[in-house]
Design a binder for this molecule. Structure first.
Ligand SMILES: Cc1ncc(COP(=O)(O)O)c(C=O)c1O
Length: 437
């Protein structure tokens, strides 16, 4: 068992019922602590790779991605290239042995190429966050005032907010009871003359079913797009990967995601060259060259530093996903005889979260019990999107989406991340078993 591993607070976009932090020793007795995340440990295990990547960027003088079709507008390399050393700060600024004759290659572009290859898509476009990935993708599809976009009420706010920020109307359809992903039949039924796109969400790392939604979208000539913020590398029931299920997918590299950055970062992945080109343009204020703006975009750039760090982490993603799947399997087996509902098995799921349903109005009681046992839990999501105050003007009421509403009162996320030890996994299982004794 690890001792004193610092617990990292759960993400700001998560509702924390119990936050476990601190020592593993209480009054001389050793207790197992299971934090919601252990990002310090997660990143420390590959510290050398991360430091090398960071130092490469620091020394490069290139920190910002230039406009897409421009090479002339890229920031010049430093006039006196330096090498950075974390070990000798006093001598950190030392002229490098040889001066590069041109700008160093972009970390963002390198990361995009490597991510596209790893994720089995033709195009990857790095952006500033998962939120901006959704926004830019919808902008690229021309979503705007007067349009409707059909989506799920059971997701993080960014999903529906991106639609509303463009002046379009989020039109919700209920979720499937077992998976809590958008019900494709219910969504197809909400597609109408104003529908510009359908935004499905691969929730908790599980691919949403997209049949018969795809057929409806194809027949109506509208785009199905994926919010895969929680589901990098997910494979759906038909064997397709995120980004290839719909026109494109948005990924998030929020630190607690399966591929987590060191701040905010995201990506659009797609096999659609035109969509990728449009997102590339939009992410640099619609500029084709410096100070020449052909469309209104935004500052949706991915930083060179984030890209370099994510590039260092990317090769580890398959092993981390395997570890998450193993933990999910253990939880499922161990919890199946208890009066709660573990999430259904799914070989393509990448388990960003392991969210159980606690029936009988006992969710908060179980969470409190686990807190007393120093096990962190998180509620995803305590209030469905159609009932959020910011969407009051949409006119939805409690009772409109009963499956999502019921889920909000029953869901409880258990700790799941690659570094969980067998002792910690067992402590979670034992803690839940004890509750039902
Ligand atoms: C389903 C979903 N969509 C979108 C986002 C937004 O991603 P980001 O936090 O990178 O902006 C998140 C992040 O938590 C998410 O979980």
């Amino acid at each position: 068992m690890r001792q004193g591993a610092p617990a990292v607070p759960a993400a700001e976009n998560e509702t924390v019922i119990s936050e476990v932090a601190g020592d593993t020793r209480i009054a001389g007795e050793t207790r197992i602590v299971v934090p919601a995340q252990d990002l310090v440990l997660h990143n420390a295990l590959i510290a050398d790779d991360l430091q090398a990547a960071a130092l490469r960027v620091l020394a490069s003088g290139r920190y910002i991605l230039p406009p897409s079709s421009s090479s002339s507008s890229s920031p010049p390399p430093p006039s006196s290239p330096v090498s950075w050393s974390p070990l000798s700060p006093a001598r950190a600024l030392v002229p490098a042995a040889s001066s590069p004759s041109r700008s160093p290659p972009s970390e963002v572009r390198g990361f995009e190429d490597e991510a596209a290859l790893a994720l089995g898509v033709s195009h990857a476009v790095g952006v500033s966050s998962g939120t901006d990935a959704i926004l830019a993708m919808l902008m690229a599809l021309g979503v705007g005032p007067g349009d409707e976009v059909v989506t799920t009420p059971f997701s993080f706010i960014a999903t529906a907010a991106a639609i509303a920020r463009l002046g379009a109307r989020p039109v919700f359809a209920d979720v499937e009871p077992a998976t809590l992903t958008l019900d494709p039949d219910a969504a197809a039924a909400r597609v109408g003359p104003r529908t510009r796109a359908v935004l499905t969400v691969h929730l908790f790392g599980r691919a949403a079913r997209s049949e018969p939604l795809e057929t409806t979208c194809t027949a109506r000539g509208i785009a199905l797009v994926e919010d895969a913020a929680q589901a990098i590398g997910v494979v759906d029931g038909t064997g397709r990967r995120a980004g290839a299920i719909g026109r494109g997918a948005a990924l998030s590299f929020f630190p607690t995601k399966n591929l987590g950055g060191f701040g905010d970062a995201g990506m659009v992945i797609t096999n659609d060259g035109a969509l990728a080109a449009a997102v590339r343009l939009l992410r640099t204020h619609g500029a084709t060259t410096k100070f020449h703006h052909v469309v209104l975009g935004g500052n949706f750039r991915l930083d060179e530093l984030q890209a370099a760090l994510l590039r260092a982490k990317l090769p580890h993603l398959p092993a981390w996903t395997t570890a998450r799947r193993r933990i999910a399997g253990i939880y499922r087996d161990a919890l199946s005889s208890l009066p709660l509902d573990p999430p259904p098995p799914d070989p393509g799921c990448v388990w960003n979260q392991f969210v159980v349903r606690v029936p009988g109005g006992r969710r908060d009681e179980l969470a409190a019990h686990l807190t007393r046992n120093r096990i962190a839990t998180t509620v995803y999501y305590p209030e469905p999107l159609h009932l959020q105050p910011c969407f009051a003007t949409l006119g939805y009421r409690r009772g409109d989406f009963p499956i999502a509403e019921r889920a909000s009162s029953e869901v409880l996320g258990l700790p799941i991340y690659p570094e969980l030890t067998d002792d910690q996994i067992q402590a979670v299982v034992d803690g839940i078993r004890q509750f039902y004794l």
